[in-house]
Design a protein around this ligand. Structure first.
Ligand code: SAH
Length: 390
């Protein structure tokens, strides 16, 4: 088998599974893009099996510490383990990310389950080339009505894979309804997996919706960056006094309004840039939720991103009523937990307010964190309450 000899200080010696171009000492054999290769140290000792793509920044991703083929048995084992993990973890395994890439030993494979429908992404060349086999195994195990390949991530071009959305199994599904369990009898969402403007839900935030809803009874809630209304709907169902939801995307606002109707609740959904909305808002709220998209995809733009967070934190705090609560989330891996907390503190200093931490949230268990692969941890959230002035 062809392969790579890695340099002595490469990440793989510290439990990581990636090999960057700068970590390669030499190639042996003639590895081809998308192939399975061996990894070795400079004394020719085996470090495991990886998938290879010289066009990607991450040239090799280890799939096993032993010899391993990308065959049906491999996919059955890894997919079976991933599904079993969701079934054991206390979340609804029918509304979950059932495979998440490196965290499930399947680099580049992401599968979201919405009841009887599966959405697959193949974000590495080797997994893309094996997509038929992956679908075969998924169908064998879960017998879904449909499997949609939704390869429309910006990560694809880095791997030299064409963007593509196609049905790989079953019939084209129309819009359908799923229900996320909550303390208040569940929140229904309309899902339309093939509408170009939406994908499914932000499954990683379903637990957070439920946690915030527990604080919302009788409260005035503002959900900024609401997408399809996850936080807003859960709070409205929990008996919030009023719920305002803001998003800059028209389809997101339309979806929020449709979902509100579906759940029999009232939400004041506003299409607006959240920065401007927060700046000009003159109302007072008991709970302000801030869940923006990642403001930074790399280290270079981190400072700008932190300025963005600071601005929404400061403006969010100013809208809070006495003993009000701000729930703020950051889904950028590069903005660490410490940096994000520092940012919140700095905003509270400028606002001349003191905050008490009520809860700290992370990504749901269907997005497992591997501490040896820090890139697997990205979502952090803090729920903070204004302290009485003193
Ligand atoms: N809170 C949602 C997920 C939010 S995803 C949930 O829990 O399900 C981020 C959302 O921010 C997207 O819907 C996107 O349309 C929106 N968005 C991006 N930039 C924005 C801006 N400047 N103002 C308002 N919304 C914005």
């Amino acid at each position: 088998m062809a392969g790579i000899v890695v340099k002595p200080r490469a990440r793989v010696f510290h439990g990581h599974d990636w090999v960057y171009a700068s970590e390669i000492r030499k190639l042996f054999g003639e590895p081809k893009p998308g192939e399975v290769i061996s990894l070795k140290d400079y004394r020719d000792r085996p470090l495991g099996t990886a998938i290879y793509n010289p066009d990607s920044q991450i040239v090799a991703r280890r799939i096993s510490r032993r010899k391993q083929k990308l065959d049906e048995e491999f996919f059955e084992r890894r997919i079976g383990q991933a599904i079993a993990l969701r079934e054991r973890s206390g979340i609804d395994p029918r509304l979950a990310r059932i495979i998440w890439s490196e965290s499930d030993g399947l680099p580049g494979v992401v599968v979201d389950r919405y009841g009887d429908h599966l959405v697959l992404q193949t974000l590495t060349l080797a997994m893309y080339l094996n997509r038929e086999l992956i679908v075969k195994v998924l169908v064998g195990m879960l017998n879904p009505e449909s499997v949609i390949l939704r390869n429309d991530s910006p990560m694809l071009s880095a791997e030299g894979i064409e963007e593509e959305i196609t049905i790989m199994h079953g019939e084209r599904p129309g819009p359908f309804v799923v229900e996320a369990p909550t303390a208040d009898g569940g929140v229904k969402f309309e899902i339309d997996l093939l509408d170009g403007q939406k994908t499914g839900l932000y499954l990683d935030q379903l637990d957070a919706h439920r946690e915030i809803a527990k604080l919302a009874k009788g409260k005035r809630v503002l959900d900024c960056f609401c997408n399809q209304g996850g936080f807003a709907l859960a709070c409205a169902k929990a008996g919030a006094a009023s719920v305002t939801a803001v998003d800059s995307s028209e389809p997101a606002i339309e979806a929020t309004l449709r979902n509100a109707e579906l759940n029999g609740v009232e939400i004041n959904a506003v299409k607006h840039n959240a920065f401007d909305f927060l700046k000009h808002c003159e109302d007072e709220y008991d709970i302000v939720i801030l869940d923006p998209p990642s403001f930074t995809k790399n280290k270079k733009s981190l400072n700008n991103a932190m300025r963005g967070y600071k601005e929404i934190h400061l403006r969010g705090l100013k809208l809070l009523a006495k003993e009000g609560i701000m729930a703020t989330y950051c889904c950028s891996h590069h903005a660490t937990r410490e940096l994000f907390l520092e940012n919140i503190v700095s905003a509270s200093v400028d606002a001349k307010r003191s905050l008490r931490m009520v809860a700290s949230h992370g990504q749901r268990l269907d997005h497992p964190v591997l501490p040896a692969i820090p890139e697997t941890e990205y979502l952090k959230g803090f729920v903070l309450q204004l302290m009485p002035s003193r």
